[in-house]
Design a binder for this molecule. Structure first.
Ligand code: GLU
Length: 491
């Protein structure tokens, strides 16, 4: 096979924008380009994060472009929610649908006139043609090729229709799609900044649809045109788009538009190795937010998925941007791991301030609890929980009723004897739940020390053998509650 000329698009530079062709003043620009057809999943969130970090690393711009040309599946609600999830993660953009500038609009559904002029340009150059094939005809062709052992691609049925033939089809009421006329005998080469040198033969790529029958721009087209028009210099996206890139490079070349550097990062998979989006359960950002995970913990986990780094500590987004290295992006599938996320969440909890904890755990404290008891409770438990749901159990211990003790715990308490608990109960009442005062009273009454002194107290007061420090827990308890729990065993 002849490979003829080459679509010479070398785009490997990462030093503040591609080095080839562009004006020196070109600002490095990365983008996140979600389709608002559902919730923001962790895979998309990682792509958004990496692009933000890449832009910040290069002192460039980060833009948000909403790819909503598929009118049936795109919903305004999803745009709102995805933007909310991104902001919650700390991912903010310099330009986007809610922050327009002269490169916008940033919603593809509002860019029909931009695409129309480029469609006209392709048509004028003879590089696009109307295709009248029906879905059924295309499917039959696909199966025939597969049956003959050939990879399926568009057979070129409408490629050479004469203007008269086209007119007859239109007159018959068939609304055509528009196909890009893929040049024959070409080699498309580019340097992917994750995967390295790439080479595709144009003859392996069938003519593809750039405009749907309803007139809207198809993905390959709008995505490539917008990257060029919006000044995007770096496209960092999922590996599933790698084979789309030669098509997009051919479109850009045909239109005389500048190509960005492309990098395709490995997909995010779950523990079972299946792509995250197809995993059972709910990998959406909303799910993790609603469970009380911190955005910083999620970002720290995502930062290390498919991106190797020597930074092992808990990083802020600014620190991540400094440490982000696009040459350290991975080709092997990256595994999202709840245990790793929990580890980062614990790191976050370790750094938690009382102010942040009050907001984080506010929903756990019953409404009737007064401000100072609420503060005391949160400060008592905040470093002993990973998620608010863990604090829920402690709220029940402090503000609610205790379930009966397990038999062996009951035994420990009974063995301490009624004198132990009557001393404890009266000290609780007179000292306003002051643990040292209670401990001293019990010690004086029983002579007990160490675990023998503390364990029955903790069991009687909390129903558990372990947990947060007892003194602040006691301080958070409603008046009378500690005395009542201790007195139950004084009889
Ligand atoms: N809207 C496309 C997607 O969500 C964007 C692909 C790209 O980043 O180029 O997959």
């Amino acid at each position: 096979m002849t490979t003829g000329s080459t679509v010479g698009i070398g785009t490997s530079s990462l030093g503040g924008g591609p080095s080839q062709g562009g004006p020196p003043s070109l600002v490095a620009t990365a983008r996140f380009a979600p389709s608002p057809t559902g919730e923001l999943h962790l895979g998309n969130a990682r792509t958004a994060l990496f692009n933000l970090l890449l832009a910040r690393h290069l002192n460039g711009r980060f833009i948000l472009r909403v790819e909503d040309t598929d009118q049936e599946r795109s919903k305004d609600l999803h745009i709102e929610q995805q933007m909310k999830d991104l902001r919650w993660l700390g991912i903010d953009w310099d330009a986007g649908p809610d922050r327009e500038d002269d490169r916008g609009p940033y919603r593809q559904s509002q860019r029909a006139s931009v695409y129309a002029s480029y469609f006209d340009m392709l048509a004028a150059k003879g590089q696009a043609y109307p295709c009248f094939c029906t879905a059924v005809e295309l499917e039959v062709s696909r199966r025939t090729q597969l049956a003959a052992g050939r990879p399926p691609r568009y057979a070129g049925t409408c490629r050479e229709l004469s203007p008269e033939q086209q007119e007859r089809k239109r007159a018959a009421g068939i609304a055509p799609t528009t196909r890009f006329r893929v040049p024959t005998g070409r080699r498309v080469e580019f340097t992917d900044f994750v995967h390295g040198e790439q080479s595709f033969l144009s003859d392996d790529i069938g003519d593809f649809v750039v405009r749907r029958a309803d007139g809207s721009a198809a993905f390959f087209f709008s995505n490539a045109v917008d990257d060029a028009r919006m000044g995007v210099t770096h496209v960092l996206r999922g590996e599933d788009h790698l084979t789309n890139t030669p098509r997009q490079l051919m479109i850009l070349e045909a239109l005389g538009l500048r190509a960005p550097a492309y990098g395709h990062v490995s997909l995010l998979v779950g523990k079972d190795g299946a792509p995250l989006s197809k995993r059972h359960g709910d990998p959406s950002v909303r799910y993790y937010r609603e469970r009380g995970y911190s955005p910083e913990a999620i970002a720290n986990h995502l930062f290390r998925l498919g991106h190797s780094t020597s930074e092992h500590g808990f990083l802020t987004l600014e620190e991540m941007a400094r440490a982000f290295d696009p040459t350290h992006l991975g080709r092997a599938p990256a595994r999202f791991d709840d245990q790793q996320l929990t580890m980062w969440q614990k790191e976050w909890v370790n750094r938690l301030t009382a102010d942040t904890a009050r907001v984080w755990l506010s929903s756990v404290v019953p409404a009737h609890v007064d401000e100072s008891a609420s503060r005391a409770f949160i400060e008592a438990v905040m470093h002993n929980v990973v998620l608010p749901e863990d604090a829920q159990g402690w709220a029940q211990v402090v503000f609610g009723e205790l379930p009966p003790l397990a038999a062996d715990d009951e035994q420990v308490v009974r063995n301490a004897g009624s004198g132990y608990f009557s001393a404890a109960a009266s000290a609780a009442a007179t000292s306003d739940n002051d643990l040292p005062a209670i401990v001293n009273a019990v010690k004086a009454a029983t002579g007990r020390t160490g675990a023998a002194l503390y364990k029955p107290l903790r069991l009687a007061l909390t129903g558990r053998t372990h947990g947060p420090e007892l003194a602040p827990l006691l301080k958070a308890m409603p008046p009378g509650k500690a005395r009542e729990r201790l007195a139950r065993f004084a009889a």
